[in-house]
Design a protein around this ligand. Structure first.
Ligand code: FE2
Ligand code: FE2
Length: 475
């Protein structure tokens, strides 16, 4: 194999400097004639061989006319971004940050008066007025109305949403700790606020998703659960073979529950074929090593993975990455990834367990409906203190900002796709067939599915690898 020094020296002989990426590419190809071919394509007068100079070579190698180079950037949730939990007083800072940032999103549509000012002076009584608050409590009244307590940094206010008002169904979906704006009237004694309108931070109606100007495709999957006796190995092999036949796919994103883990639920060891956590990760690493080496593989953790459950979850630690190919990118949960400029927000989706219980009509069968609720609240896990543990931080990393082109989640093992105000919402399902627990709960998963995302159109197609033969394109 050509060594780095030899490659650099060959270029220097013709007065050319060479980019490290080009040197690496030549080393990977191990083809001595390649250097002369590249030199022949360098424009006269140029003194530097940049990665662009080898595009033609790469296209020829992959047999594709318009293969875009994978271009990936982790914008939020980089490995090492989230620190350890230091001090529980940080929760005060955390919630203040949530309130401040979501209020600023609301301020274009709500002209808020601080709650303390509403209560202190008689000026606002019986007048149309607005304020912004974080929901500290919400309940139904005996007459079927909704009573909420909203809090801002100055004071708290009781707010009544009357069931006969238009838009009451939105008030029925109020969740503790979400930040909302309300418009309405204050009672004559100033103690209660009668809401006419509820305003959520939401996605702007004018939101126009950005498309890549280059061709490119990404595949989105989640919940592989390697190590479980219900992991669908045959389907995975079909998927791996299919990826090998599709060099136009530049990226593979995996949104958590990479392995089944150990001790995640009582009696799990009876359902494991790999009972050692290191072995589970090694097995997944071997699976990824057989995939095309040009793929950029983004790996985020989920609640079955080896990291802490509190969100943001750190990236899988180094000690579990042994044997993984170099093309893996390890990120936190959540993480915002730019693929050729298209922003994909990856979130495993633990908060489904909380939101489904609190939003009337919500169900595990329709994860896309819950993703829409996340987007409306501009928050991935609005409610604190239930099943989704949240780590305190100076800045709330679960706020959806900026608005992504794609919101990509997993966790529920049921696929679902929908667009909301231009944002494509994807849940790709799982690679695990029905578990004993899901049988008890009457949950029917949709396994062995992958979603192909076209970065130039931000359009998708869902493929089903569960049956032998070619994958089935689902409607
Ligand atoms: Fe899972
Ligand atoms: Fe999960």
């Amino acid at each position: 194999m050509l060594c780095e020094k030899e490659i650099v020296a060959r270029f220097l002989e013709t007065d050319l400097l060479v980019a490290p990426e080009v040197v690496q590419y030549i080393r990977d190809q191990d083809d001595p004639a390649l250097i002369d071919r590249i030199i022949a394509t360098v424009p006269s007068g140029a003194f530097f061989v940049s990665p662009e100079c080898i595009q033609a070579e790469k296209k020829e190698r992959d047999g594709m006319r318009f293969l875009a180079d994978p271009h990936l950037k982790v914008l939020q949730g980089k490995d090492g971004d989230c620190g350890c939990i230091q001090d529980f007083e940080e929760y005060v800072t955390y919630f203040r940050n949530r309130f401040t940032r979501l209020s600023s999103v609301l301020k274009g549509r709500v002209q808020p008066v601080p709650i303390e000012a509403l209560q202190r002076t008689g000026r606002y009584r019986d007048e149309d007025v607005s304020f912004i608050g974080m929901v500290s409590e919400v309940r139904s009244t005996a007459s079927g109305n909704k009573m909420a307590e909203l809090e801002d940094p100055t004071a708290t206010m009781r707010v009544l949403f009357n069931k006969s008002r238009e838009g009451f169904e939105e008030a029925e979906k109020l969740l503790p700790d979400e930040v909302v704006g309300v418009k309405g009237k204050l009672s004559s004694d100033g103690n209660i606020f009668f809401a006419d309108t509820l305003v959520r931070p939401d996605i702007p109606i004018s939101h126009a998703p950005i498309h890549s100007d280059q061709p490119g495709r990404a595949v989105l999957i989640s919940d592989v659960h390697v190590g479980s006796d219900t992991f669908l190995e045959d389907a995975w092999h079909r998927f791996a073979a299919w990826l090998g036949d599709h060099p136009e796919i530049g990226y593979l994103l995996v949104a958590g529950d990479l392995v089944d883990g150990i001790g995640v639920y009582p009696g799990q060891e009876q359902e494991l074929v790999i009972k050692n956590i290191y072995e589970q990760y090694r097995a997944f690493g071997r699976m990824l090593s057989t995939l095309p080496s040009h793929l950029r593989i983004v790996l985020a953790p989920g609640n079955h993975d080896v990291v802490r459950g509190a969100e943001p979850q750190p990236a899988i630690p180094e000690e579990f990455r042994e044997g993984y190919p170099d093309n893996c990118v390890w990120v936190e949960n959540p993480a915002l990834i730019s693929l050729q400029g298209v922003h994909v927000l990856m979130y495993h989706g633990r908060s489904y367990d909380d939101m489904i219980g609190m939003i009337p009509g919500a169900s595990y069968c329709h994860p896309e409906e819950i993703m829409e609720e996340m987007l409306k609240r501009r928050h991935l896990a609005p409610t604190f203190g239930l099943r989704t543990p949240i780590a305190p931080a100076e800045r709330d990393p679960l706020i959806i900002d900026p608005v992504p082109e794609v919101l990509f989640t997993g966790h529920v093992h049921i696929s679902g796709i929908k667009k909301y105000r231009g944002v494509l919402m994807v849940n790709a399902g799982t690679w695990q067939s029905q578990t004993a627990f899901q049988k008890q709960m009457n949950t029917v998963p949709t396994p062995a599915r992958a979603v192909v995302l076209d970065l130039r159109t931000v359009d998708h197609e869902m493929l089903d690898f569960s049956q032998p033969g070619e994958p089935v394109r689902l409607p």
